[in-house]
Design a protein around this ligand. Structure first.
Ligand code: NDP
Length: 279
C-alpha cells in the first residue's frame, strides 16, 4: 500500500503560510496585487480564472480582473500588458492561456516583464531556472517539488524519470529535479524502451497527457509516482496519466487525481505572487 500524497492538505498548508506573509506585508503598508487577463470566454479558462481569484481572496492578495472580448487585437492586449508592467502597484501579471488564434501567444508571454512573470513562462524565467539564477518557476513543476519535500521524500541522488518534455511541465520539472540534485532522465514520444527507463526510477513524474497510460508494469516497487495528468474517463470521472488502481499497490508513494498535483498549481502561483510582492 502506497503512501497517498495529499495535495489538498499540502496546498492548504502553503496557502495558510502565504496568508500570514501577506498579512505581515500589509502591516508594512504593502498590498500584493495580481492582474489576471482573460481574452474571450472559453468555459475552461473561466473556471481556472475563477479559481485563481478565489485563492487570491483567501490569501488576501488583491486581484485585478481584465475580462476582455474575444475580438481584442494583439496590439490592444500588448497595450494592457505594457500599462500593467509600468504600474508599480501591480506585482504579478497573468494572461490566461490559450489566447484566441489571432493573437501570437509567444509575443504575449515575452511582453510580460520577467519581474512580474508569476506563471514563469517568460524566456528569461526559463533561462534563469536552467542556469540556477533567481526567477519565477512554472507553477505545476514547482508544486511537485513541494509535494516531494513536504512528504519527506529525498530527491538528492535519486533516479528521477520525467515522462514529457513540454515547456510548462516536463522541461522545468526536469530542471527543478536536477537543481535538487536528482539524477534526471527525460522521456518523450521518441524514447525507446519507455518501460525499462521508467522502471529505473525512484521518482517517476508522469506528464504525458494520455489517460491511465502508466500502469504497474512501468513502475519499480517502492517508487514515488507523481501524476501530473488530468482527464475525464469514459464515465466522466477525473483521472490522471497513471492507472492509479494498478500502480498504488506497488508504489511507495503516489499522488491521486484529483487531489494530488492539481491543487498545488494554484498554491504555487500564489507563492510566486507573494514573492513578486516582496521584491
Ligand atoms: P503536452 O501534450 O504538451 O506534452 C506531453 C508530453 O508527453 C510530450 O513531451 C510528448 O512527447 C510526451 N508523450 C506523449 N505521448 C507519449 C508516449 N506514448 N510515450 C512517451 N512520451 C509521450 O502536455 P503537458 O505537459 O502540457 O501536460 C501533460 C499532462 O498534464 C496533461 O494531462 C495535462 O492536462 C496535465 N496538466 C496538469 C496540470 C495541473 O495543474 N495538474 C497543469 C498542466 C498540465 P513529444 O514531445 O515527443 O511529443
Amino acid at each position: 500500500m502506497a503512501h497517498i500524497i495529499d495535495g489538498k492538505v499540502i496546498s492548504k498548508q502553503i496557502k495558510d503560510e502565504l496568508k500570514e506573509k501577506v498579512a505581515q506585508l500589509k502591516t508594512e503598508g504593502k498590498e500584493v496585487c495580481l492582474a489576471v487577463i482573460q481574452v474571450g470566454n472559453d468555459p475552461a479558462s473561466t473556471v481556472y480564472v475563477g479559481n485563481k481569484k478565489k485563492a487570491c481572496e483567501y490569501i488576501g492578495i488583491k486581484s485585478l480582473a481584465y475580462e476582455i472580448p474575444e475580438e481584442t487585437t494583439e496590439e490592444e492586449l500588448l497595450g494592457i500588458i505594457d500599462k500593467l508592467n509600468k504600474d508599480d502597484s501591480v506585482h504579478g501579471i497573468l494572461v490566461q492561456l490559450p489566447v484566441p488564434e489571432h493573437i501570437d501567444e509567444e509575443k504575449i508571454i515575452n511582453a510580460i516583464s520577467p519581474s512580474k512573470d508569476v506563471d514563469g513562462f517568460h524566456p528569461a524565467s526559463v533561462g534563469a531556472l536552467s542556469i540556477g539564477q533567481k526567477g519565477f518557476v512554472s507553477c505545476t513543476p514547482a508544486g511537485v517539488i513541494q509535494l516531494l519535500k513536504r512528504s519527506n521524500i529525498e530527491i538528492a541522488g535519486k533516479e528521477c524519470v520525467v515522462i514529457g518534455r513540454s515547456n510548462i511541465v516536463g522541461k522545468p520539472m526536469s530542471m527543478l529535479l536536477l537543481r535538487e540534485n536528482g539524477t534526471v532522465t527525460i522521456c518523450h514520444s521518441r524514447t525507446k524502451d519507455l518501460k525499462e527507463v521508467c522502471k529505473r526510477a525512484d521518482i517517476l513524474v508522469v506528464a504525458i497527457g494520455k489517460p491511465k497510460m502508466i500502469d504497474a508494469s512501468y513502475v519499480k516497487e517502492g517508487a514515488t509516482v507523481i501524476d501530473v495528468g488530468i482527464h475525464r474517463d469514459e464515465s466522466g470521472k477525473l483521472c490522471g496519466d497513471v492507472d492509479f488502481d494498478s500502480v498504488e499497490p506497488i508504489a511507495g508513494a503516489i499522488t491521486p487525481v484529483p487531489g494530488g498535483v492539481g491543487p498545488m498549481t494554484i498554491a504555487m502561483l500564489m507563492n510566486n505572487c507573494v514573492e513578486a510582492g516582496m521584491n
